[in-house]
Ligand binder design. Structure first.
Ligand code: IMP
Ligand code: MG
Length: 176
């Protein structure tokens, strides 16, 4: 089995969208400092582009977490592979993630971080696949709503490949 990547969202479209998202965040957080939390690894490119467009003061931190659930346990479980370095109590935090799919990873991550008493906690995602939702989870800032297709690029991977593509593409599997 091989794969072909079909471009779905160009680098220019992503870049224009991040401009708009950053402008909205700059407006919403005027006079505040944002503590920007990158969920590794998928959101690194989105995170760094977004952070560079923010004009309000920003501090950053990184976390790696993945979720697994099963049909009988809709709440799922979160494995934190790397926790934040800093405490977030009293900070205005925005979690930056690549995609909301089932919603499990973000809803569990949000729950864990909310328990640490940040001043505020919002979620910013580049992509949203609402058709696949298993738990209720909506981002405060969303780049693109996409159909139920497996996508790679701009941080997103298939078996750790394709993260470095400068665009978002749909993955097609082909027989060798
Ligand atoms: P959720 O917990 O199901 O919302 O899953 C979110 C995580 O699944 C993301 O952070 C991605 O790592 C991964 N994921 C979901 N959909 C895709 C996709 O289309 N391509 C690549 N990774 C995906
Ligand atoms: Mg991810």
């Amino acid at each position: 089995m091989g794969e072909i990547v079909h471009e779905m969202i160009s680098h220019k479209e992503i870049s224009d969208k991040i401009d708009k998202m950053a402008a909205q965040i700059n407006k919403d957080y005027e006079g505040k400092t944002i503590h920007l939390i990158c969920i590794l690894k998928g959101s690194v490119f989105f995170f760094s582009e977004l952070a560079q467009r923010l004009t309000v003061p920003v501090t950053i931190d990184f976390m790696a977490a993945s979720s697994y659930g099963n049909s009988t346990e809709s709440s799922g479980k979160l494995t934190v592979k790397k926790d934040l370095d800093e405490m977030i109590e009293g900070l205005d935090c925005i979690i930056v993630e690549d995609i909301i799919d089932s919603g499990l990873t973000l809803s569990l991550t949000k729950k864990i971080l909310a328990a640490r008493n940040p001043a505020s906690l919002k979620v910013c995602v580049l992509l949203d696949k609402p058709d696949r939702r298993e738990v209720s989870m909506e981002a405060d800032y969303t780049g693109f709503v996409i159909p139920d297709k497996f996508v790679v690029g701009y941080g997103l991977d298939y078996a750790q490949k394709y993260r470095n593509l400068p665009y978002i593409g749909e993955l097609e599997f082909i027989e060798d």
